[in-house]
Design a protein around this ligand. Structure first.
Ligand SMILES: [Zn+2]
Length: 334
């Protein structure tokens, strides 16, 4: 463990300290670990274009290096038969990390989507599960904000290591949904709001997918609201399937904002088609946030707004389920 550590961050220090440490880690790793340097050089081979879908926009990114991640086999059998790539004993020999609050290790993501992209992995091999870890996610967003946002992919919603608890961090401001929510003024049609002692809970509409936003400054209250949300989602999830399907994005600007995307499906039907009709689309938190990743150029070139609406419509929870979650959530005490 000792030779893995680049730095030790215990939660103290001035504002921005952790993001500077992480950026120093990235520079060190690019200098010493050739595969990582190549992965970052490969970013210049990515292409982006924006699809304006009316009330929202989606940025499409063609990123051939993400094929392994988008196509990853995450069924229990495949997971059992591979070595966990997040366990410290299995990390590449040149990989280093920042010890975070004694329980997590911040690592450079070896298949970056952005010029700075980190994975925050539990030191212990334990299942990807958000229950009990909302506090860690918010602490990360506070420690890395406002420069970075932190996101979580549920074990059935895009996490390529569903057996090992982890978060990811990328530069804030990179997702269309961040700005769209900023503009989505309270009082707009379909904009439901509940206030609880400084905490806003709202459900914007018109984004092509369902989402719930929690916003406030009191982290304990937000954690408690997130627990309530998970309970509400459990009530409409069939028993025995594990964690309700979701992606979460957490940002810290003036306040903490948690964006939750309840899900219905991991991958859209086009992912499973044979031949030409197949598209390698495997939506996770960033895709739900409006940045859709395409490892295949043909898929990237051919996407239209109708395709986006189809994908979001399939993988997002339905309107009725969302109304039920919102109703239950606003009825809970938190
Ligand atoms: Zn592991």
């Amino acid at each position: 463990m000792k030779n893995i550590l680049f730095a030790d961050y215990e939660g103290k220090g001035e504002a921005g300290a952790l993001s500077r440490i992480c950026e120093a880690l990235l520079e060190q790793q690019k200098g010493s670990w050739r595969e990582l340097a190549e992965a970052y050089e490969g970013l210049s081979g990515t292409e982006q274009r924006t699809l304006d879908c009316g009330r929202f926009a989606v940025v499409l990114q063609f990123n051939p290096r993400r094929a392994a991640s988008s196509g990853a086999k995450v069924d229990p059998e495949s997971i059992r038969n591979r070595r966990c790539f997040l366990c410290t004993g299995n990390l590449p020999p040149l990989q280093r990390g920042v010890l975070y609050r004694r329980e997590f290790l911040i690592l450079c993501n070896p298949a970056p989507i952005f010029r700075r992209h980190f994975t925050v992995s539990s030191l212990r091999h334990r299942p990807q599960s958000i229950a009990g870890s909302f506090g860690t996610m918010q602490a990360l967003a506070e420690d890395l904000g406002p420069q970075y946002l932190v996101f979580y992919n549920g074990p059935r919603c895009g996490a390529s290591a569903p057996d090992h608890l982890h978060f990811q961090a990328v530069p804030a401001g990179c997702l269309p949904v961040e700005e769209e929510l900023g503009k989505a003024g309270k009082g707009q049609p379909g904009f439901e709001t509940a206030f609880r002692g400084g905490l806003s809970v709202y459900r914007p509409e018109g984004l092509g997918r369902e989402t719930i936003i929690l916003e406030g400054s009191d982290t304990a209250r937000i954690t408690s609201a997130l627990d309530a949300m998970l309970s509400a989602m459990r009530e409409i999830t069939p028993p025995g399937v594990g964690e309700p399907m979701l992606n979460i994005i957490c940002t810290r600007q003036k306040t903490i904002r948690v964006i939750i995307f309840p899900r219905n499906k991991h991958r859209p039907d086009v992912f499973y088609r044979e031949g030409e009709g197949r598209k390698l689309i495997s939506p996770a938190a960033l895709d739900m946030g409006g940045l859709m990743i395409f490892p295949i150029k043909r898929d990237y070139d051919s996407m239209t707004c109708d395709d986006i609406l189809q994908v979001y419509g399939e993988v997002s929870t339905g309107k009725e389920s969302m109304s039920r979650i919102f109703e239950l959530l606003t009825g809970f005490q938190y």
